[in-house]
Design a protein. Structure first.
Length: 151
């Protein structure tokens, strides 16, 4: 492959999610419900990356993500970059970051929590952004990254 050759084809309009850790790529695909989209999707796995060694990339035609969808990505791949593409040009770049609070995204693992027994939105405070540790606003139970269950 020459230096000028792209590993993944260009996108006319849509979103490119770049710098996804390869081991998290298919979790991101599932999380975003990419399999349900009717627009073209390109999935690149284990692509060479100077920063990461290997990375994953998603190119989704005609799709522009809302902030709550971006917040969901941040839970499992907090260092990804979103590029908004219009007419083959990057018109906006967004860094995905884990916000201080998450609402209606994560299930509380405490079966006695009010959010599991009443029809109400969950609410979590992010108490450790590096290792992704959440604390339920209602019952104060802490949830580590590996125990997170998304709604």
């Amino acid at each position: 492959m020459s230096k000028k050759e792209l590993q993944v084809a260009a996108l006319q309009n849509g979103t490119v999610i770049d710098h996804i850790p390869s081991e998290q790529l298919f979790k991101v695909v599932s999380l975003l419900g990419v399999e349900k989209l009717e627009t073209p999707v390109t999935i690149g796995c284990s692509l060479d990356s100077k920063k990461m060694g290997k990375k994953g990339i998603l190119k989704i035609a005609g799709k522009f993500f809302e902030q709550d969808e971006i917040n969901r990505i941040s839970l499992i791949a907090p260092s990804v970059k979103l590029n908004i593409i219009r007419d083959y040009e990057v018109v906006e770049k967004k860094l995905v970051y884990l916000p201080g609070e998450l609402s209606g995204i994560v299930k509380c693992n405490n079966p006695k929590c009010i959010t599991n027994n009443e029809p109400m939105k969950t609410r979590f405070n992010v108490i450790d952004k590096t290792n992704v540790t959440l604390q339920c606003h209602y019952c104060e139970m802490k949830t580590r990254k590996e125990d997170i269950v998304l709604l």
